[in-house]
Design a protein around this ligand. Structure first.
Ligand code: GDP
Ligand code: MG
Length: 168
């Protein structure tokens, strides 16, 4: 039996949403990742703890002009990853807005992970781990620090999420 889950990636443009998805699905990274137009869809089958999963991953564009499309992608999603870039404070502010919107308009059972990406750029870090972790704690979200570039915590991000999702 295969368990299907719809998963959405949200966050400001260029925070690394596509790069995280591609790192997980295709095991690679491109410094010249092309901007996503509208949204991209990737499907991934994997077996984790003896459960066969089929993930339908929606990688959204993030730009304001596509905002009205976002509900199509997060509605019906069992999991949402909200990403910010630790080197760009505005992306952290924007990620908080995505959390509010998901809580208001997303499925009541949606599992949300709050993700601080680009931690390989530590020398340019503008949003500290504490600030991210505190916001996540206050909102009952799991918090991850990732790098799509090095791959740090990318598998963990997905696999810990799968552990929380229904298995039927
Ligand atoms: P998206 O608009 O949120 O999908 O962001 P992209 O995945 O297109 O990434 C935007 C830019 O940031 C690209 O040049 C990526 O190569 C780069 N990038 C993404 N993730 C990381 C990361 O973890 N570390 C570094 N150094 N660069 C990253
Ligand atoms: Mg993208």
């Amino acid at each position: 039996m295969t368990v299907n889950h719809k998963i959405v990636f949200l966050g400001e443009s260029s925070v690394g949403k596509s790069s995280l998805v591609i790192r997980f699905v295709k095991r690679k990274f491109s410094p010249y990742q092309e901007p996503t137009i509208g949204a991209a869809f990737l499907s991934k089958k994997l077996t984790h703890n003896n459960v066969h999963f089929k993930l339908q991953i929606w990688d959204t564009a993030g730009q304001e002009r596509y905002h009205s499309l976002a509900p199509m992608y997060y509605r019906g999603s069992s999991a949402a990853f909200v990403i910010y870039d630790v080197t760009q404070k505005v992306t952290f502010e924007k990620s908080k807005k995505w959390i509010d919107e998901l809580k208001k308009l997303g499925d009541p059972n949606v599992q949300i992970a709050f993700v601080a990406n680009k931690i390989d750029l530590a020398e340019n870090q503008k949003v500290s781990r504490e600030i991210g972790q505190n916001f996540a704690d206050e909102n009952g979200l799991t918090f991850f620090e990732t790098s799509a570039k090095t791959g740090k915590n990318v598998d963990k991000l997905f696999l810990q999420m799968l552990d929380k999702l229904p298995k039927n």
